[in-house]
Design a protein around this ligand. Structure first.
Ligand code: IPE
Ligand code: IPE
Ligand code: MG
Length: 251
């Protein structure tokens, strides 16, 4: 069972276009699929779910589409946060929050504050997020510490760097899912996905159902995660100390 699932929710526009409807209708339908996914994780006891909702690059879409997405974002937060809180979900946001309007930022802050002590599921929404931007921000923070004399450059190793990227307090994703039929990462969690199992489906995001998510879990269960070692080293009795690289903890 994966402890942390990360998902690129892709295919909203094509789902609407197949129905000869404007793309925004697909985004609206996509909100329902988010709930399918959250229900699935809560039922299965999956500890963390990270959803890619809006990339740094998505700001470049037509103004009308970006505007519609922002409205949907506000509506979804107003509609869902109280219920998520009731169900014990901790809501977090990663990405360049300062690029959003004050109305959205206030809702993000409010949702985080309200749900911060919850533990049934850590739900992270990546919004105005980019993996390269995440890594650059970590490098900038470390450079600042070096410039201020607080940090020796020789102390910068993978472990320290990992502590400065997004979601540093969570285990890295065990399972990555992308809907929509494309086989790429699209600048999602580049650092964190180093040893994540990747799974792709043709299913368009608004059509997502529990059966599709279960197929991903079944496939995940059949994978052998080696973390650079040999298959034999990962077998029970091989010695826990040898079974994983220091920064990766297989579920
Ligand atoms: C994903 O669906 C949602 C966002 C990126 C905001 P798309 O809008 O990318 O849908 P397609 O990929 O064009 O079908
Ligand atoms: C990735 O989807 C970003 C989100 C789902 C939020 P895109 O639709 O933006 O990715 P590309 O353009 O197909 O790479
Ligand atoms: Mg897309």
């Amino acid at each position: 069972m994966p402890a942390h699932i990360a998902i690129i929710m892709d295919g909203n526009g094509r789902w609407a276009q197949q129905r000869r409807r404007p793309r925004v209708i697909g985004h609206r339908a996509g909100a329902r699929a988010v709930n399918v996914c959250i229900d699935f994780c809560l039922e299965r006891g999956i500890a963390a779910l990270t959803l890619f909702a809006f990339s740094s690059e998505n700001w470049g879409r037509p103004e009308e589409e970006v505007g519609a997405l922002m409205k949907l974002f506000i509506n979804a937060l107003d509609r869902e946060v109280a219920e998520l809180h009731r169900r014990g979900v901790q809501v977090r946001f990663i990405g360049e929050r300062e690029r959003f309007s004050a109305a959205i930022r206030a809702r993000m802050d409010g949702a985080e504050t309200l749900t911060r002590a919850n533990h049934a599921l850590v739900l992270t929404i990546a919004a105005s997020y980019g993996g390269r931007q995440d890594i650059a921000a970590a490098a900038r923070a470390l450079a600042r510490d070096v410039a201020a004399g607080r940090l020796d450059p020789d102390a910068i190793d993978e472990r320290l760097f990992a502590s400065r990227v997004a979601l540093a307090d969570l285990p890295p994703p065990d399972l990555f899912i992308r809907t929509g039929g494309d086989f790429r990462i699209s600048n999602f969690m580049l650092w964190q996905l180093a040893y994540t199992e990747l799974w792709f489906t043709e299913t368009l995001w608004p059509a997502l159902d529990a059966a599709t998510l279960q197929r991903a879990l079944d496939e995940f269960a059949s994978r052998e995660r080696r973390f650079g070692l040999t298959g034999a080293q990962g077998q029970p009795g091989a010695g826990a100390g040898n079974a994983t690289t220091p920064d990766e903890t297989p579920a």
